[in-house]
Design a protein around this ligand. Sequence first.
Ligand code: DGY
Length: 331
Amino acid sequence: MDRKKIFITRKINSKGIELLKKYYDLIFTNTPDAPSKNVMLQKVKNVHGILCTLSEKIDSDIMDAAGSNLKVISTYSTGYDHIDICEATKRGIYVTTTANILSEATADLTLGLILALSRKILEGHLYIIDGKWKKGWTPDLFLGSNIYGSTLGILGLGNIGTAVARRANGFNMNIIYNNRHRLSKSIENKLNATFVTFDQLLENSDFLSIHTNFDKDNFHLIDIRELQKMKKTSFLINTSRGSIINEISLIKALKNKWIAGAGLDVFEKEPISNLNELLKIKNVILLPHLGSATVQTRERMSKVAAINLHNILSNKKPLSLVNRELLQNLC
Ligand code: DGY
């Protein structure tokens, strides 16, 4: 019997690939770069599964080009805003993610941004590298602000938000949060987290960290009105998706000192253009979408993406399914 075919859109950690090799014919692009749509349209023909990353837009054209064999799209990411879920569900195509696997790594990076922003870690490093440290210890050199005792606002207390809250408790931060749905009292108590309205979150956070999933309802959720509500001393951190913040408005807020700074791991357009004004603004830390970028996390993501794919093609439940309405068709 012919082996089923899987299209792997780009070079990812090899752990999962080794698992898939045993059962499937694998079609690669063999480059670490995201393929163009044209390349994908060619490679995807007649495949039963696609293993993609967050940079590849998987829309109805790609699903059409794959044809009726296509049963599963397994993304090597937690976010799935790059996949047309409605279209996939209509066609009975399962969409799976690596949800939960990268929460701890992303939470670590979030705390890294909070620490680096509030304690001016990058400025200090550059000061030495640039040969400017001439006078030894100085009473008012790079004075930052306390993390201890400050208020952390978490927008979206899901898996990653929860991992951030656990770490913030270690720093003795006051934790407030806003979610689409309020969490149970017992979870709130366990995390020392207080539910507040969206506006209260904006007004009271010293650090506002975004961890909500991106969808059409929260496009530019943080815009002029929201930025003007934030404290002048506050920092905005985003490790979720760039389009939750209106970047033009954020640049205005930073230039006009409506807020004290921002730590951004995600952008409206990735990679960020070298003309983007964020590059010229002080008190901003920019990272090239590194949330899940640890060796251990990427290994687990690779395995989980492969297991999800194999489970669906073996008619078994995957570890994390987006279109759960299709679950009833699986054993
Ligand atoms: C994801 O997997 O959605 C993250 O953004 C990767 O860092």
